[in-house]
Write a protein that binds this ligand. Structure first.
Ligand code: TYD
Length: 208
């Protein structure tokens, strides 16, 4: 039987990465075949593109950046996402096309239609079966991450940029209500995790 393609979206400090780790452990214990992956990255080639994208010594213009995310995504889809879904795995991916719409279009100000179109070309129309969107207010998210040491080229944007990204996610979740499920990530992590598990389990119980 074909597997499922699940993506997890949200800003820094939303708890999404912690959730991905606990969800994976839980699903494996329940007997699902699960693989966790991320964008940009996920394959040897795409991890190299990630290094280019995140290297603070690179000056990259917004369109070049948007294309590099697509380059990395295409390799990831062809070599990993599709083969594992075909094998019956639940593929849990940290970020996907919604990130490009939120960051490159709303954040960087690139034309939304263009970003949608280059991503349609990149994905051949592949869409996640379910997207969990961890929605956190910008100030709350930033206050949770301010003590992290790893800082890359994408981490030094203005408050306005992050607010636009959040607006992008909010609009996307409104436009794709069937696919994108919103989790209020301003709550304590325990509550966030509980809400996210409820949605994930509901989805898997109905779908498998
Ligand atoms: P990462 O270090 O993986 O951590 P986190 O997901 O916790 O933020 O950061 C990925 C960065 O790349 C993040 O700033 C969002 C950005 N990004 C885009 O701008 N466009 C994209 O299409 C993707 C996949 C990510």
């Amino acid at each position: 039987m074909k597997g499922k393609f699940i993506t997890v979206e949200g800003s820094d400090g939303s708890g999404k990465t912690t959730f991905i780790n606990s969800a994976t452990e839980y699903l494996v214990k329940k007997g699902y075949k699960v693989i966790t992956t991320r964008e940009p990255g996920g394959t040897e080639f795409s991890e190299k593109v990630r290094e280019l994208l995140f290297d603070s010594s690179n000056e990259i213009d917004a369109k070049t950046e948007s294309l590099l995310f697509c380059v990395s995504r295409r390799d990831h889809i062809i070599k990993k996402i599709i083969p594992y879904v075909e094998e019956g795995y639940v593929v849990i991916c940290d970020r996907f096309v919604d990130s490009s719409i939120a960051y490159q279009s709303y954040g960087r100000g690139l034309n939304k239609r263009d970003i949608i179109n280059i991503n349609k070309y990149t994905t051949d129309g592949l869409e996640p079966d379910l997207t969990l969107y961890f929605s956190v207010d910008v100030e709350v998210g930033l206050s949770r991450t301010k003590y992290r040491d790893e800082n890359n080229r994408m981490d030094n944007e203005s408050l306005k940029f992050y607010k636009e990204v959040k607006r992008g996610y909010d609009e996307l979740s409104n436009d794709y209500k069937e696919r994108i499920k919103v989790i209020d990530a301003n709550q304590s992590y325990e509550k966030v995790e509980k809400d996210a598990f409820k949605i994930l389990e509901g989805f898997l119980n109905n779908e498998f």
